[in-house]
Unconditional design. Sequence first.
Length: 423
Amino acid sequence: MDRKAWLAISSGLVAGAFVSVWAGTLAPWLSLGLALLCALAAALAGRRARLERAASAPKASLEQAQPAAARDILEHLAAPVLLIDASGRVVLANRAMRAVIGLDAEKKPVAAVLRTPSVLEAVERTRISGEPSSIAFTVHVPVERHYEAHVARVGNQPPLTALLLYDLTAVRRAEEARADFVANASHELRTPLAAVSGFIDTLKGHAKDDAEAREKFLEIMSVEAGRMRRLIDDLLSLTRIEQNEHVPPSGRVDLESVVRDAAAALSPLAAADNVEVSIEAPAALPAVTGQRDELIQLFQNLIHNAIKYGRRGGHVWLTLSTAAGQSRRGSGAMVTVSVKDDGEGIPREAIPRLTERFYRVDVKRSRERGGTGLGLAIVKHIVSRHQGRLTIESQPGQGSNFTVMLPAAPAEQAGTPAVTEAL
Ligand code: ADP
């Protein structure tokens, strides 16, 4: 209780005494009651005054909170930040910076915490001259990472030197992947193009009047031209699917009819290799949410591979089923399609790389069979757009099994017209 309250109690007691005298009776309970009432009124008045005082002085408390708030903001910044004082000691290394230079950097000389000489030089230059500087550098351990460092003088009471890092690793990797992709695509196109140009020269030269050679060379040129066309078709498909990958499809698709149509389109190729393709599906299979054309392409690529790399005179089993599963949309019913062959199989170490663009286990065999090296990359992107999963199992010598799981579409509500996916 504050001084005012004690004063009010005493005045209350005095007032009570006066009342007692005035009333001519001894009424101690009355004086005590008055005293308590006065004390209560004074305490309430005191509390109000304290609140008013606090409200009239907000600037002082905000100013006090600022350094802590600034430190907190820097601590949670995603970019690594280091602050160094005028004597060259670290005064702050935020969480992102501690992940780069180690945990206990604060209070140490900056030369003891920055291990890249060019970054240290830039920091020292700015600390001494006050001139801002920027450099790019790479750290090689534990994994290679690329950064851009920006150093500037901040504040003047006292001045600090700030080092800010931008992690450019993801950007560099994307640039490298793009450059590799262009190099690979050009190489894949250059090979058939060189063959076609060579045969054109031969036909114009010494084979000009050789009818038999002309027939043979024209046949080869047609095969090579077909290879270029397939490659360009696959490149365009891949680009289109990648552009749409972040837009989930919205149609309802009957997967059994998709798988049957994909298999039917490949039946001449299966017949040419004497491969039997069988389809097994339960009576009532839920629809999936998807885009029919893309799903046809997905299963055509998988069935085509099963025929190409399966056994001549062998078997391809297409099995549809439902399962409870986990997709990127969460848990729920999934429709599963497995494409199994009894071919040569895939070496274990190659399985994680199969969906990389232009990766082939056996380049010669893939080319002989008309492969572009892009089929499974396309499969991966279509599965990803449909928020599904792809698993690959294989026993060398015993065949391969590619399984695609796609989330079942939500149950149709009565009266809701079905979306005609073919449109
Ligand atoms: P490609 O056009 O070469 O067939 P894909 O991307 O479709 O390209 O497949 C990549 C590679 O994966 C193939 O070259 C082949 O080595 C391997 N592969 C794919 N499917 C099978 C399969 N069913 N059996 C064995 N190997 C396969």
